[in-house]
Design a protein around this ligand. Structure first.
Ligand code: NAD
Ligand code: IPM
Ligand code: MN
Length: 367
C-alpha cells in the first residue's frame, strides 16, 4: 500500500518549512514503513509569473486525487491581480477540495512557558482545538464588489452568508471531536448583532439538544471569547466558530503556545463512499516575507502538520504520537528557533537545526 501525498511548498517560508516536513516524512518512510510517496505540486507567486496563474488545473486535479495534501504557505507578494488569486489561490483550492472543517490545535508546551505571551500560570496545561468553518462565511459570500459612487468615492461590499446545513455540518464535527476529548464545546459567534450569528446559535443549540446532550455546550459571544481566551484559556476544549472569527482567534491563540510558528492545522472535507476524506495539512502561519530566505523560520507547525496527517488521513496514531513526542523532547532539550523567546546566552537554532534536534529525538524515541 502506498499513500500518495501531494506536497505544495508555495512561497516564502512555506518553501523552507516544507523542506523540513519532507525530511520528517522521509525519515518515517525509512524507519517506520509509512510508505508515503511525495509528489511536488506548484503554487504561488513564481508560478504566476511564469504561467499567468498561481495554480494550474493539474495541481488542482492532483490535490483532489491525492490521499492528502501537505501545504506550506502562499502570499507575500500582492501583485497577483485579485480576480486571478480568487479563482486560483488557496481559497479556491480549499473550495475545490470541499475542505470545510479546519482543526487548529493549540497546546502550551511546558518547555515554552517562558515564551508564551501569557503568565505561566495562565498558559500551563492549555490543550484546546479551534474548529474553524473553512468553506463559507464572509470569505465566499456574494455579493462582493467595490464600486465608485456618483460622488466619486468608492464603496466596498463583503457579505457574510451561512446556511443551516453549513452550520450543522461543522457543529456536528465539533461535538464528535469533543467526545474524543474532554467533552466540552464552546460555540463562538456574534448572535447579539449578526443574522448569521443568530442562525448559528439556533442551529448549534438544536443539534446539541437532538443528538449531543452528553457534550457540555456553551455559547460565547466572540468579543467576550477574545477576552476569555487570554484571561483563562484552560476553560476551553473544542471551540467551534465561523471562517473569519476562526482565522483571527486561532492566530491570537498561537501566543499561548509561544509563536505562530507552533500551530499546525488539518482541513477536512466530506468523506466519500469509501470513507476517504479530502484533506489538506498546513501550518496556520503564512509565507512570512519578513523572515523568508534567512533560514530561521520555525518548522514545528509544518512538522506537527505531518503528525496530523498521519493521524487523520492514515490512522497512523503511533507514528503521529512519535513525531509529537519528538517535537516536545526537542523543546525540552532546549532547541529554540528565534521566534521563541531565547534566554540570554542561548543561541537560537536555524530552521534546519530545529529539524535536526527533532530527528535526533525521533531516533532516540523510536528504539
Ligand atoms: P504570517 O503568518 O506570514 O506572519 C506573521 C508574523 O509571524 C511574521 O512576523 C512572521 O515572521 C511570523 N511567523 C510566521 N510564521 C513563522 C514561523 N514559522 N517561524 C517564525 N516566525 C513566523 O502573516 P502575514 O505576514 O500577515 O502574511 C504574509 C503573507 O502570507 C500574506 O500574503 C498572507 O496573505 C499570507 N498568508 C498565507 C497563509 C497560508 O498560505 N495559509 C496563511 C496566513 C497568511
Ligand atoms: C489562513 C490564512 C488565509 C485565510 C489567507 C491567506 C487567505 O490567513 O490560512 O489562516 O484567511 O484563511
Ligand atoms: Mn490566517
Amino acid at each position: 500500500m502506498t499513500r500518495n501525498v501531494l506536497i505544495i511548498p508555495g512561497d516564502g517560508i512555506g518553501i523552507e518549512v516544507m523542506a523540513e516536513a519532507r525530511r520528517i516524512v522521509e525519515w518515517l518512510n525509512a524507519h517506520r514503513g509509512t510508505a508515503i510517496t511525495l509528489t511536488e505540486g506548484e503554487m504561488g507567486t513564481e508560478v504566476w509569473r511564469r504561467t499567468g496563474v498561481p495554480m494550474s488545473d493539474e495541481t488542482i486535479e492532483a490535490a483532489k486525487s491525492a490521499d492528502a495534501v501537505l501545504f506550506g504557505a502562499v502570499g507575500g507578494d500582492e501583485i497577483i491581480p485579485r480576480p486571478i488569486r480568487r479563482a486560483r489561490g488557496l481559497l479556491a483550492l480549499r473550495r475545490a477540495m470541499g475542505l470545510y472543517a479546519n482543526l487548529r490545535p493549540v497546546k502550551a508546551y511546558e518547555a515554552l512557558l517562558d515564551a508564551t505571551s501569557l503568565k505561566e500560570r495562565v498558559a500551563r496545561g492549555v490543550d484546546l482545538v479551534v474548529l474553524r468553518e473553512l468553506s463559507s462565511g464572509v470569505y465566499f459570500g456574494e455579493p462582493r464588489f467595490t464600486e465608485t459612487l456618483p460622488s466619486g468615492k468608492r464603496r466596498a461590499v463583503d457579505t457574510q452568508v451561512y446556511t443551516e446545513e453549513e452550520i450543522e455540518r461543522i457543529a456536528r464535527d465539533a461535538f464528535l471531536l469533543a467526545r474524543t476529548r474532554r467533552g466540552q464545546v464552546a460555540s463562538v459567534e456574534k448572535s447579539n448583532v449578526m443574522e448569521t450569528g443568530r442562525l448559528w446559535r439556533d442551529v448549534v443549540t438544536a443539534l446539541h439538544a437532538a443528538e449531543f446532550q452528553d457534550v457540555a455546550l456553551r455559547h460565547v459571544l466572540s468579543d467576550n471569547f477574545a477576552m476569555q481566551i487570554i484571561r483563562d484559556p484552560r476553560q476551553f476544549d473544542v471551540v467551534v466558530t465561523d471562517n473569519l472569527f476562526g482565522d483571527l482567534l486561532s492566530d491570537a491563540s498561537a501566543m499561548i503556545a509561544g509563536s505562530l510558528g507552533m500551530l499546525p492545522s488539518a482541513s477536512l472535507g466530506t468523506a466519500d463512499a469509501s470513507g476517504r476524506r479530502p484533506a489538506l495539512y498546513e501550518p496556520v502561519h503564512g509565507s512570512a516575507p519578513d523572515i523568508a530566505g534567512k533560514g530561521i523560520a520555525n518548522p514545528i507547525a509544518a512538522i506537527l502538520s505531518v503528525a496530523m496527517m498521519l493521524r487523520h488521513s492514515f490512522g497512523l496514531t503511533a507514528d503521529a504520537e512519535l513525531v509529537e513526542k519528538a517535537v516536545e523532547a526537542a523543546l525540552d532539550g532546549g532547541a529554540r528557533t528565534a521566534d521563541l523567546y531565547v534566554q540570554g546566552g542561548i543561541q537560537p537554532v536555524t530552521t534546519a537545526g530545529m529539524t535536526k534536534a527533532i530527528m535526533e529525538k525521533l531516533e532516540a524515541l523510536a528504539v
